[in-house]
Design a protein around this ligand. Structure first.
Ligand code: PEP
Ligand code: MN
Length: 335
C-alpha cells in the first residue's frame, strides 16, 4: 500500500499525522528529489482509507486488491444464529476430546452445562497420529453427542474429518470444526463451506496467520455463513508445552482484522494446570470464547486425558464468563 502526497504539502506534517493514527510509513525515493510517495509499512494499524484520505496533504491512496475479500467483509460482524450468538459476550465451549460412549458424553454434557457453557464439544471422527489409536465412533457418536447436548440445552461443535461425512456432520452440529491438520485441505474446506453451516477453523500447527485467513476465504467462497478462527497453538521447540499458544495472533485477528476468534488453551498447553491462566489471558486479549477439553474421568480418557479438566476446574473456568456478560469495547483503529 502506498500514498502520494500533494506537491505543496509538507511531507513531514503528513507523516506525523499518519503516525498519530498508527500508520508507519517510509518515503519512496524518486529520481531528481525527495520522494513524494510514502509506502505504508506492514506493522501499521488497520485504518480505513476514508480516514487516511481526510489527512490534509494526501493526494491518493493505492492499495493492492485484497486476496480475502469475503474475510474482510466479515470484519466487525457478529455471528447471529437462531438461538446462539458469537461476538457479544464471550462464550465457553467445552467437552471431551472424543465421544467415547453414550454415558460418557451425557456425563460430560452435565458438567459442561453446570459450568455455564454454551457449546458441547466432542470428536466423533478423531484425527490421530497413530492409526492404532482411538479414532472415534463416527455416526453413532454424532447421535449421542447431539442428544446429550439437546438434553442440556447446549449447542454442538464437532470435527469434520473427511468430505465423505460432510452431510452427516452438518446434520448434527451447529458449528463445524475443521481441525488443525486439515486447515489447508482445500477439498474439505469446499465441502464444509458448501453446507452453509458456520465453521470453526483451527489454525494449522505451522500455519502463518495469512494462510489461516486465506483458508477462511476458501470456506466463505464455497458458501459458509461465517468463519470463526480458532487459535490452538503452533509448533515450538520448547518441551514443557504441547504447542505455543499464539496470543499475538489472537490480538491481531481481533483488534486489526476484527474477526471472531476462539482460543483453545487445551491443545495450546497440553496440560491442565495451565488452562485457567491461559484462558484469562485469552479473554483479556479479546477472544470471543474458549474451546476447552473436559472429561468426567480424565484418567480413563481415550485421547488427551492430561489436558482435560474435571468438574472443579471447569466450574472455576466457568466463573470467568459470569463477569463478562457485556464486554468492554475493544480498541480498534478501524472504527
Ligand atoms: C481436537 O479439538 O480434539 C483436535 C484434534 O484439535 P486440533 O485439530 O487443534 O489438534
Ligand atoms: Mn483433543
Amino acid at each position: 500500500m502506498w500514498i502520494t502526497v500533494k506537491k505543496d504539502a509538507d511531507l513531514s506534517d503528513v507523516k506525523a499525522s499518519l503516525t498519530e493514527l498508527g500508520v508507519w510509513t517510509q518515503s519512496l525515493q524518486q529520481e531528481g528529489g525527495p520522494g513524494r510517495s510514502l509506502a505504508i509499512l506492514p506493522h501499521s494499524a488497520a485504518v480505513s482509507s476514508e480516514r487516511i484520505l481526510k489527512i490534509p496533504g494526501i493526494d491518493q491512496l493505492f492499495a493492492a486488491e485484497s486476496r480475502m475479500p469475503k474475510v474482510d467483509a466479515q470484519s466487525g460482524q457478529i455471528l447471529q444464529e437462531e438461538n446462539w450468538t458469537l461476538g457479544q459476550a464471550p462464550i465457553l465451549m467445552a467437552g471431551p476430546c472424543g465421544v467415547e460412549s453414550e454415558q460418557q458424553i451425557h456425563q460430560a454434557a452435565e458438567l459442561v452445562a453446570n459450568a455455564g457453557a454454551t457449546f458441547l464439544r466432542g470428536g466423533a471422527f478423531k484425527p490421530r497420529s497413530s492409526p492404532y489409536s482411538f479414532c472415534g465412533f463416527g455416526q453413532e457418536a454424532l447421535v449421542w453427542l447431539r442428544e446429550a447436548a439437546d438434553s442440556h440445552d447446549l449447542k454442538v461443535v464437532t470435527e469434520l474429518l473427511s468430505e465423505q461425512n460432510v452431510d452427516q456432520v452438518a446434520k448434527y452440529t451447529d458449528l463445524i470444526q475443521i481441525g488443525s491438520r486439515n486447515m489447508q485441505n482445500f477439498a474439505l474446506l469446499k465441502a464444509a463451506g458448501q453446507t452453509g453451516v458456520p465453521v470453526l477453523l483451527k489454525r494449522g500447527m505451522a500455519a502463518t496467520v495469512e494462510d489461516w485467513m486465506l483458508s477462511g476465504e476458501h470456506l466463505l467462497a464455497a458458501g459458509s455463513r461465517h468463519v470463526v478462527f480458532c487459535e490452538r497453538g503452533i509448533q515450538s521447540y520448547d518441551q514443557p508445552f504441547r504447542n505455543l499458544l499464539d496470543l499475538s495472533a489472537v490480538a491481531l485477528l481481533k483488534h486489526v482484522h476484527k474477526q471472531l476468534v476462539i482460543v483453545d488453551p487445551s491443545h495450546g498447553a497440553g496440560r491442565k494446570d495451565l488452562i485457567l491462566p491461559l484462558s484469562k489471558a485469552a479473554l483479556a486479549v479479546g477472544a470471543d470464547g474458549l474451546l476447552v477439553e473436559a472429561h468426567p474421568n480424565p484418567g480413563q480418557a481415550r485421547s488427551d486425558g492430561p489436558q482435560a479438566l474435571q468438574e472443579e476446574d471447569l466450574n472455576r473456568l466457568g466463573t470467568l464468563f459470569e463477569q463478562s456478560e457485556k464486554r468492554a469495547p475493544t480498541l480498534c483503529l478501524k472504527d
